[in-house]
Design a protein around this ligand. Structure first.
Ligand code: ADP
Length: 260
């Protein structure tokens, strides 16, 4: 049935009067609000590096013109900001692509362990820089899926584990057969030994641009879209994502993928 949702704002007015505003936020209204929020977020995320770029171009043109050391430093910052915009646009395109395809279930046969081995080997450099390692255990499993998209899922999860984990940690990736109410499945756990996530954040973690600590996420090159992409791809595979975390000890992201 159609549910009616209201946002209620209560404010005290002069003379002891209380003003109560009911705003209809039923389905269509909510969808519109989400779209507006999304556009506002994207604009803000693009504008920040763009403003920096424009500022540094100005500086290069004037103040830093005859100072090679300053010029090199500014070019370095500009490269960094342009990289940020590039990652954001890449993730936005990816997100819109997986959202558009969400209803069509991919049908290739994908060997999950092979996908994980590929992801781990391509992230070896990132892990080594942190003095960390990624350890894979568990038997192989074949699922109906899209190998590139599953590669994206595990890249995002393992990259996050390395990014938000402590240096020198072991990230454990484990494959486990699982019987679900909908039949046989395989569960992939990605467990880090990092800072963990306060439980209040867990329900919102896969929202676009939701970050526990925006400053830290940006510093680490995050766009805030990684887990939103993961959620859509996993749901396209008729699977689901679960997060468990103990603050101070680490987090475990689990993806369950049906075998049939
Ligand atoms: P980002 O690009 O910011 O990493 P994600 O969508 O991948 O965006 O993740 C959203 C937020 O979830 C991150 O900003 C971070 O706060 C939190 N997060 C994700 N993975 C982990 C993890 N393994 N440990 C702790 N926090 C995490």
């Amino acid at each position: 049935g159609q549910e009616q949702l209201f946002q209620v704002t209560v404010s005290a007015q002069e003379g002891g009067l209380v003003l109560c505003v009911f705003r209809d936020i039923s389905e269509a209204e909510q969808a519109g609000a989400m779209r507006r929020d999304f556009v506002a977020n994207v604009s803000h995320e693009l504008r920040t590096p763009l403003t920096a770029l424009i500022g540094f171009i100005e500086t290069l043109r004037h103040a830093a013109r005859d100072d090679p050391a300053a010029r090199d430093r500014f070019l370095g910052i500009m490269e960094h900001e342009a990289g940020r915009m590039n990652r954001l646009v890449r993730d936005l395109l990816q997100l819109s692509r997986v959202e558009a395809e969400e209803r069509v279930r991919p049908r290739d046969r994908v060997e999950v362990r092979g996908v994980l081995e590929g992801v781990i080997s391509s992230l070896r450099g990132v892990a080594e820089r942190e003095g960390s390692s990624v350890v894979l255990t568990g038997a192989g499993a074949v699922v109906p899926g899209d190998a590139d998209q599953l590669t994206q899922v595990f890249t995002n999860l393992i990259e996050n584990a390395l990014k938000y984990g402590n240096a020198g940690q072991v990230v454990r990736v484990t494959l486990t057969p699982e019987e679900t109410v909908r039949g046989a499945a395989v569960r992939v756990d990605v467990a880090d030994q990092g800072e963990g996530i306060d439980p209040v954040h867990l329900p919102r973690l896969t929202e676009r641009f939701y970050r526990v600590d925006s400053h830290r996420s940006r510093e680490l090159g995050g766009t805030g879209l990684g887990l939103a992409i993961v959620k859509h791809i996993v749901s396209r595979h008729r699977g689901w994502l679960r997060v468990d975390s103990v603050p101070g000890e680490g987090s475990r992201f689990s993806v369950v993928l049906p075998l049939g």
